[in-house]
Write a protein that binds this ligand. Structure first.
Ligand code: G
Ligand code: G
Ligand code: MN
Ligand code: NA
Length: 253
């Protein structure tokens, strides 16, 4: 309960920020980034989103947190723009708990409009759980975002429902294979068969495949041989502060 109070306070203080982890294509070009929330707690130091996101979801704070982090994103984008950098597409993690009610969905859409966060610069990552939960409703967040032109990625693929028959109906642009399948891939014939099958299905459905958690060169080589499209992980780049990303964007321009 104490941590929850602190998180509420962090929304008005300056203790939440975003870092950005690049996604690279096979040639090593950075093609987009994923925004990840970070909380610098005044006493505890860095609190991981793995801890505070579930807390925010359980307490309902996730709605405010999501809108707040979009403000942070808009601010960072404006800074990069002022530096004369071409906008890099940013992927934003969205959980179903931040858009359960029609009013919450409308607030999210209004915020996107107000901040000028257009589909050219922003895409969304949703977990299988969120996507499947949302599939049927005509005014679901998934449907609304797609109607507004935003592209979606399936996050942490392979850890949730993984029903292949649903993949087509979800109409997502990217499929992000969870890092449990990526880590040690080069040494695991079983994982290799799985990843190969996932890539084939994804490509048949015209989705791009992203490998998450790429750390070892041998795993990258293996993914490359399996025709993975995009690569993300500590072995390529850690999540970067906005200023460090600006430097990378400048170097690549
Ligand atoms: O950055 P890190 O790997 O520690 O993130 C842990 C988890 O928190 C990941 O599942 C990530 O998707 C999630 N996460 C990070 N930032 C956000 C955010 O701003 N909103 C939501 N809903 N989830 C986030
Ligand atoms: O669930 P989601 O995919 O959004 O989680 C992203 C999280 O994964 C971030 O917190 C990020 O810090 C973490 N992450 C990114 N790359 C790697 C990696 O190579 N290894 C590990 N262990 N975690 C990673
Ligand atoms: Mn993600
Ligand atoms: Na993920």
């Amino acid at each position: 309960a104490r941590l929850e109070q602190d998180l509420r306070a962090a929304l008005s203080d300056q203790h939440l920020r975003l870092v950005y982890q690049p996604l690279f294509d096979a040639s090593g070009r950075m093609v987009s980034v994923e925004a990840l929330a970070r909380w610098a707690h005044p006493q505890r130091g860095a609190v991981s989103p793995a801890e505070f996101i579930p807390l925010a979801e359980a307490s309902g704070l996730i709605v405010e947190l999501g809108l707040h982090t979009l403000e942070l994103l808009a601010r960072d984008l404006e800074q990069w723009r002022q530096l004369g950098l071409a906008p890099v597409p940013v992927a934003f993690n969205l959980s179903s708990r931040q858009c359960r009610q029609p009013r919450q969905r409308q607030r999210l859409l209004d915020t996107l409009t107000r901040l000028g966060l257009q589909p050219e610069v922003l895409e969304f990552e949703l977990t299988e759980g969120t996507l499947f939960e949302d599939l049927e409703a005509p005014d679901s967040m998934v449907t609304l975002l797609q109607q507004h032109g935003y592209t979606l990625s399936i996050d942490d693929f392979g850890t949730g429902y993984s029903s292949l028959s649903y993949l087509r109906r979800l109409r997502c642009r990217k499929l992000k294979i969870d890092r449990v399948f990526i880590h040690g891939l080069a040494r695991s014939p079983d994982a290799r068969v799985l990843v190969e099958a996932i890539v084939r299905v994804a490509h048949a459905l015209e989705m791009q495949v992203v490998a998450e958690g790429v750390e070892a060169r041998a795993d990258w080589d293996c993914l490359n041989a399996l025709h993975c499209d995009l690569y993300q992980g500590f072995g390529l780049s850690r999540p970067l502060e906005p200023s460090a990303l600006a430097t990378l964007l400048q170097a690549q321009a």
